[in-house]
Write a protein that binds this ligand. Structure first.
Ligand code: GCU
Length: 613
């Protein structure tokens, strides 16, 4: 239930009471709504790369600790003082790993390793009293416990989203050290849970930075067009520190905007700016504006695009115009330099491959990807579906599991809420419909809508086949703005030459996205189109899927599975898979398979069809 809606509700029943009482109640409602949104906010610095940071990436020492022997000692990073001293570890003499980077792809003995690895890194600080220092991690999979100079700074769960700790009181001028205990053990109560079809890359997979910030600073902001209203920029600025109540300027020079807002005592201020002649962001014209937020002692520069995204009946409207999402799914994995991508240029390659397919949309599956991808998509003109790893059957009845799912969703939205390219928040993938799941997922959908009413909320749902009809009646659909589902007709259901007999029955009058479809092929393996794993088999599936797409009234997007073959510990056929999921349209060596061109031709056609709309 969003804030304006609460407003509307209360207004209608307040007509019957005195004006004094009315004012009092409205004040109360406003406080509640601000409190809810504020508490749901995540405490991370918005746009860390635009801050005054010391980059701590590089070679970090590491110790593999499968039995967690180091729990009560390694964080101290002690060195032998005397020849009789008993110290059974020594970071300084231990090997090093690159940070950012997963450990599995860096060291053959760690390819399948799941457990604890301790990292240690020395760094110098020119400490300035009066300043605040935040130690910021873009992502550590899955659990991170962080110590600075032998003292605990904090811990975080969730392998793909940023977190930070205020380490001002732990640092000193000169040499300091940080120790990170990272653990990627799969657990029932985790999100994702124990079973998933991608490589469980462990470690400090994202950049690490030490931010030096003034006493009162701009902690967070959202600056986007208001919901379904391209004449107003709306959002907020959140200051943190001593003088929270103060003047702030929000400047968008290229749009002749320079607005002054005043924060309340808790440092919060709404933004509501009327705009004219704004150049709206779209894939065809990904216009980004320079935005500068200034407070008395702090300022942050940003590049933001402005667009509206909404649904109307079965249409998805971008800037008020009906669109077709020409998409593809993607994992966050670099096929050439194995492992999680470590920087923007690795991410760029994959996004450009999607552009070659004539995509205007990518589903970043099944977890938050490297932040660079969202920023690159803004400038490359690619719309994004971002997802949290509520994947298959998780521990629905466990409140801790819900909390970690909601936390990851909050952190993802907090990180990417200013990205024009991001149009869909997805709360999960292929979660079987049970009552417990229903309760869990409906709450998560409400949470996404509460945090951001300017984007669409969805999830990749499962349907079921009755007598050659693919039926989608998942009750969760009622909570979603776009109804999306995965179907593997021709691969897991029937064979390519049987596909023509299938139809679809979708129980929702909403836009539809097919979020997964396709089949596997080993690049370069050629045979007739009924030989599984041949390029011809995969090509035949795509040819027939394109025909099936035409049968779905309300289909407004497709993101077949998947752009590139990816590593999976669940794909064990030694001839065709060898720990690779082969449903890519491009192989891990960059080879385009025949099906690539079938999908491209369909997207060229859809581009023409929708550009005339
Ligand atoms: C599932 C799932 C993917 C998986 C794919 C497959 O639908 O969502 O994560 O990799 O199908 O079977 O290849």
């Amino acid at each position: 239930m969003t804030f304006p809606f609460i407003h509307f509700l209360v207004h209608s029943c307040l007509n019957h009471i005195s004006s004094e009482m009315k004012k009092y109640f409205l004040f109360l409602i406003t406080c509640c709504a601000v409190f809810f949104t504020a508490t749901a906010q995540v405490d991370i610095l918005q746009n860390i790369d635009a801050r005054n940071i010391q980059n701590l990436d590089g070679r970090w020492h590491y110790i593999i600790d499968p039995y967690e022997t180091g729990n009560n000692s390694f964080y101290k990073n002690r060195e032998q003082q005397s020849k009789s001293d008993l110290i059974e570890y020594d970071f300084a003499k231990s090997p090093t790993l690159n940070v950012p980077g997963d450990w599995n792809s860096r060291d053959d003995q760690l390819l399948f390793y799941e457990g604890t690895i301790w990292y240690e890194h020395d760094f110098n600080v020119a400490f300035h009293p009066g300043k605040k220092y935040f130690l910021y991690f873009k992502s550590v999979n899955y659990e991170a416990t962080v110590y600075v100079n032998g003292q605990k700074a904090g811990e975080h769960k969730g392998g793909f989203t940023p977190f930070q700790f205020d380490v001002t009181s732990l640092l000193h001028d000169g040499n300091n050290f940080v120790v990170v205990k990272a653990n990627n053990t799969r657990r029932k109560e985790n999100v994702p849970t124990e079973n998933f079809d991608w490589w469980n890359y462990g470690g400090i997979t994202g950049n690490v930075a030490l931010a030096e910030i003034s006493g009162t600073f701009i902690s967070d902001y959202k600056i986007q067009l208001a919901k379904s209203d391209n004449k107003h920029i709306s959002g907020f600025v959140q200051l943190k520190g001593q003088q929270a109540g103060q003047k702030i300027t929000v400047g968008i020079p290229e749009a002749n905007i320079n607005t002054v807002i005043v924060t309340n005592d808790s440092g919060y201020a709404d933004i509501n700016i009327a705009v004219k002649n704004l150049h709206y962001w779209s894939p065809e014209d990904p216009r980004l504006y320079n935005v500068v937020i200034k407070s008395a002692d702090d300022s942050v520069k940003e590049k933001i695009g402005f667009r509206t995204i909404e649904t109307k009946g079965k249409d998805i409207l971008l800037n008020g115009k009906s669109i077709f999402l020409r998409g593809i799914c993607m994992h966050d994995e670099d096929p050439f330099i194995p492992g999680r991508p470590r920087n923007a240029s690795e991410c760029r390659m994959m996004l450009l491959w999607a552009k070659e397919l004539n995509c205007n949309f990518i589903r970043l599956a099944h977890y938050p990807h490297n932040e660079s991808e969202a920023r690159l998509a803004d400038s490359l003109g690619i719309m994004l579906w971002e997802e949290v790893p509520v994947y298959w059957s998780i521990d629905w009845d466990n409140p801790a599991t819900y909390d970690i799912a909601q936390q990851q969703l909050s952190e993802l939205i907090a990180r990417d809420k200013n990205r024009a390219g991001v149009i869909v928040w997805s709360i999960g993938n292929e979660t079987p419909a049970t009552d417990a799941r229903e309760k869990f997922m409906e709450k998560l959908a409400d949470h996404a809508h509460l945090l951001d009413n300017t984007r669409l909320v969805s999830a990749a749902l499962l349907g079921h086949i009755n007598n050659d009809t693919f039926h989608l009646d998942d009750p969760l659909g009622k909570k979603l703005d776009v109804v999306s589902f995965n179907e593997y007709i021709g691969w897991y259901v029937g064979l390519p030459d049987e596909m023509g007999k299938y139809n679809f029955k979708i129980d929702y009058d909403k836009p539809i996205i097919i979020t997964e479809t396709g089949g596997g092929a080993l690049a370069g393996f050629h045979a007739d189109d009924s030989t599984r794993f041949s390029e011809e088999f995969q090509e035949e599936i795509y040819k027939n899927q394109v025909k099936l797409f035409a049968r779905i009234d309300g289909l407004r997007g497709t993101t077949p599975w998947i752009l590139v073959d990816f590593r999976s510990p669940k794909r064990l056929n030694p001839t065709y898979q060898d720990y690779w999921n082969r449903k890519g349209l491009i192989s891990e060596t960059g080879q385009k398979k025949k099906a690539f061109y079938v999908l491209k031709a369909f997207y060229d056609e859809m581009e023409k069809k929708y550009s005339n709309k």
